[in-house]
Write a protein that binds this ligand. Structure first.
Ligand SMILES: Cc1cc2nc3c(=O)[nH]c(=O)nc-3n(C[C@H](O)[C@H](O)[C@H](O)COP(=O)(O)O)c2cc1C
Length: 162
């Protein structure tokens, strides 16, 4: 079976993930961001996380060169924002509420949680680059349900039996 086949994508789609939006400022101070489900935690001490970006992305050089970025965990009612940041829209940030944090990262409003990270490592990963960041600040809203991506569709995260 070819790694590029629809079958392979279908197999990977069995594994549910959360949905994140990863944001930063480019070298000219313009906000940049995209939707990513490749996020995972790596280490608790130090606090390291990882995510990957396609080498074909228009944002590759922005994230390769940035010193920091924010990772937002989307809430179940934020599918519109997920789609906006996965679409070829000229100004994705014009479509959402956001503000710069004290450490000058674009933070999206009403997410379930966000992490502010210092970029620590960038690794080769086939047709993607793998980014490892150290968490320097984190914030969450315990009342929000997380958005889930599974079999190519959005759903809501809730405990079994609820
Ligand atoms: C739910 C979801 C998860 C995604 N996860 C990733 C990911 O982890 N890495 C990635 O490179 N692209 C991912 N994408 C695709 C990017 O969001 C999309 O290609 C985006 O347009 C990239 O930015 P660019 O168009 O500026 O290159 C995902 C899209 C969706 C809808």
């Amino acid at each position: 079976m070819s790694n590029h086949s629809a079958d392979y994508r279908n197999t990977l789609g069995i594994f549910p993930t959360g949905v994140t939006i990863i944001t930063t400022l480019d070298k000219d101070g313009r906000e940049a961001g995209f939707t990513a489900s490749s996020f995972n935690s790596v280490s608790l001490d130090p606090q390291l996380v990882l995510w990957s970006l396609a080498k074909s992305s228009s944002l590759l050089s922005v994230f390769e060169n940035t010193e920091s970025y924010a990772v937002h965990f989307l809430a179940a009612d934020q599918t519109d924002i997920s789609n906006t940041f996965a679409s070829p829209i000229l100004d994705r940030f014009a479509e959402v509420d956001w503000a710069l944090s004290d450490s000058k990262l674009p933070i999206l409003a009403n997410c379930a949680a966000h992490l502010e990270c210092a970029s620590r490592h960038v690794y080769e990963g086939g047709d993607h680059l793998i980014f490892v960041g150290e968490v320097i600040h984190h914030q969450c809203d315990q009342d929000k349900k997380a958005l889930v991506y599974h079999r190519g569709e959005y759903s809501e995260c809730k405990p079994l039996g609820e």
